[in-house]
Design a protein around this ligand. Structure first.
Ligand SMILES: [Zn+2]
Length: 103
């Protein structure tokens, strides 16, 4: 009987590196402060104003290329999808209209 490794498990608080604010800012700037979420319905990038930075891969992988800028809407969508039925949540999200964009 061995305890679970400290980094394993869903209840742990995600730890961010000390230079996270700088990394985050760099990512946002590189993306022009535009949401990088690709909508499944249109296959276009959302493009709404991004003020969140999200990990595209492992949550402990903070490399520049493993991050993406997201608008608040898609960041929330992604966080609420995690741990649950992510595919179903994404399908639901794709059907819903994005409130942040008017065309
Ligand atoms: Zn978005």
């Amino acid at each position: 009987m061995s305890p679970r490794p400290a980094w394993h498990g869903s209840t742990r608080k995600d730890t961010l590196p000390p230079d996270w604010p700088q990394r985050r800012e760099r990512r946002l700037r590189a993306d022009g402060y535009h949401c990088q979420h690709v909508r499944e319905d249109t296959e276009q990038k959302c493009g709404a104003h991004a003020n969140q930075v999200d990990h595209t891969g492992d949550r402990n992988d903070h490399r520049h290329e493993m991050l993406q800028s997201l608008c608040e809407y898609h960041h929330q969508q992604k966080s609420s999808a995690q741990g649950g039925d992510a595919a179903a949540a994404r399908r639901r999200a794709a059907r819903r209209r994005h409130p942040g964009i008017t065309r």
